[in-house]
Write a protein that binds this ligand. Structure first.
Ligand code: GLN
Length: 544
């Protein structure tokens, strides 16, 4: 019998429900349980694929091509839970499905209502993950308790316990215990109110995880337990982590979270083993080297837009026991101030994926600078497309070369739409999406990093390298390091003469974990460390 854990959030948004759900999943997995994670988002968009990164941060892509919420990135970084389309549903998808059923006449003329039709649909998508191979399903409910939007989801998870038995469900409520400086104390009232709201709709949380800046005293915990109707050991503190989000699971273990869940759900679990995780954190805390990397993007000021990129750079830093300083550079600034001024202090340049014309010339300028100065460069998706444009313009001599995404009438469409994408007008889910296989050239930088020649990486783009130019580029020194679809699509380009210049059409950042850095990020950061070392030595010689 699969057990269910529901994670809700109260008081304010951005409390880190995703991280907490991922941490709970990780701890249970490390006690030998088979865990699946799922997020239900109360917004009406069908998926986050068409939402602006300003609104929603990065769109996280899964192997099966679903475009999902960035919390699923936490799930994948913390656990091995198999994620798929069934791991992320929005209000939009739920309604769409119910309305389609209504159009097909499946409700036999009945009035279609939130209860039971929408709530049944929600319960259905939760139940879908429960099977013989799964011990625990963790379902995170987006939004904050009290929002109008989340009501149907909360109602559905309330009913769920009636359907499968209360003993098979556990409700975790993540809440905030704010510190009021003027009063000099932590305040438990918002938590009492938030739990009060949950109880009003019939959900009595089993476990309260309290986000807080300061230690919650025993007295405060007793007070919360009393007012919120839970035993004292069900009030678990989750202190803010200044150092790293990867510390969260350890602090939850300290407060007995995994043991509480295992007992309450009567799970048959092994002893917890966190040796590799502790070792990873130890390396993170005690770096032996340093390097700096500039991420040149359109939304540099907006942390969540490049979430997985920053995480992957950190993972590569852990891999090399290195502190990687990340500079967030807006490509438009490079257009204004020049690459030299903004990039000369960095040991590596990374241009991530993106859409839209704004800041493109700055990205191209940054790539030119990295290429000419021998600075390690990693281009991802749009970053690769810009690298190809830069090479065409400045090495091959094709003035005005461009992607047809930005200049429909360019004389040299070195990046263009393939026929399959040409007639697509709908906006959502119409790209080349999801994990696809590619073959590497054995003598390439990329093959050295991966230590194999067949790779499986995730895509999310419409435009492609224009194969008509392939021979011309190769003649001028560009290496085609990976292709797919019987050599038709170009997936990686490199410069063999450069210390480390690799640009990829896919998104390696979706496959990196803190305990297993992605090979390309590890290779790139390794090259940046090398450059840092050489630069420091040169500086020492000069001043000696
Ligand atoms: N805009 C480009 C395309 O659609 C790149 C997309 C991306 O970087 N994810 O092909």
């Amino acid at each position: 019998m699969t057990k269910h854990i529901f994670v809700t959030g109260g008081v304010v948004s951005s409390l880190g429900k995703g991280l907490t759900s991922a941490s709970v999943g990780m701890l249970l997995e490390r006690r030998g349980l088979r865990v699946k994670l799922q997020k239900l988002d109360p917004y009406i968009n069908v998926d986050p694929g068409t939402m602006s990164p300003y609104q929603h941060g990065e769109v996280y892509v899964l192997d099966d091509g679903s475009e999902t919420d960035l919390d699923l990135g936490h799930y994948e970084r913390f656990t091995h839970s198999p994620l798929s389309r069934a791991s992320n549903y929005t209000t939009g998808q739920i309604y769409l499905s119910v309305i389609e059923k209504e159009r097909r006449g499946e409700f036999l003329g009945k009035t279609v209502q939130v209860i039971p039709h929408i709530t049944n649909e929600i319960k259905g998508v939760i139940q879908k993950l429960a099977d013989d191979e799964t011990d625990v399903v963790i379902t995170e409910i987006g939004g904050t308790v009290g929002d109008i939007e989340s009501q149907p989801f909360l109602e559905a998870i309330r009913q769920f316990a009636l359907d499968v038995g209360k003993e098979n469900c556990l409700y975790i409520h993540l809440t905030l215990i704010p510190y009021l400086r003027a009063a000099g104390e932590l305040k438990t009232k918002p938590t009492q109110h938030s739990v009060g709201q949950l109880r009003q709709i019939g959900i009595q949380p089993d476990l309260l995880i309290c986000r807080t800046e300061r230690a919650v005293s025993l007295d405060d915990r007793k007070k919360i337990a009393l007012f919120c109707n839970v035993p004292l050991e069900a009030v678990v503190e989750e202190r803010d982590k200044e150092f790293s989000v990867y510390e969260v699971p350890l602090s939850l273990v300290e407060h007995g979270l995994d043991e509480f869940i295992v007992k309450r759900l009567q799970l048959r679990a092994n002893a917890l083993n966190l040796d590799d995780w502790r070792d990873m954190l130890h390396r993170m805390r005690n770096p032996k080297h340093e390097a700096s990397v500039a991420v040149v993007g359109k939304y540099a000021e907006h942390f969540d837009a490049y979430k997985s990129i920053y995480e992957s750079l950190d993972h590569a830093g852990i891999h090399h026991s290195t502190q990687v300083r990340i500079g967030k550079i807006r490509s438009e600034e490079i257009e204004r101030e020049g690459a030299e001024r903004l990039l000369s202090g960095f040991d590596g340049v990374l241009v991530p994926g993106g859409f839209g014309e704004r800041g493109i010339e700055g990205k191209i300028e940054a790539i030119r600078y990295a290429r000419e100065r021998g600075i390690p460069f990693l281009g991802i998706c749009l970053g690769m497309q810009c690298a190809v444009i830069e090479f065409a313009r400045h090495v091959v001599g094709m003035a005005g070369a461009h992607s047809t995404e930005f200049d429909k009438n360019t004389k040299h469409p070195v990046i263009c739409l393939l026929d399959a994408q040409r007639n697509v007008t709908e906006k959502g889910g119409t790209m080349r999406l999801g994990a696809q296989v590619a073959e590497l050239a054995p003598d390439s930088h990329a093959a050295q990093c991966y230590r194999r020649t067949t790779i499986f990486e995730r895509h999310r783009h419409r435009y492609e390298f224009n194969a008509t130019y392939r021979q011309q580029f190769v003649a001028k020194g560009l290496r085609i390091a990976a292709t797919s679809d019987c050599d038709k699509l170009v997936e990686i380009v490199e410069l063999p003469e450069h210390p480390w210049f690799v640009a990829v059409q896919f998104h390696p950042e979706f496959k990196s974990k803190p305990t297993a850095a992605h090979p390309l990020f590890a290779g790139f950061v390794g090259a940046a460390i090398e450059r840092h070392r050489n630069r420091s030595e040169r500086l020492k010689e000069e001043t000696a």
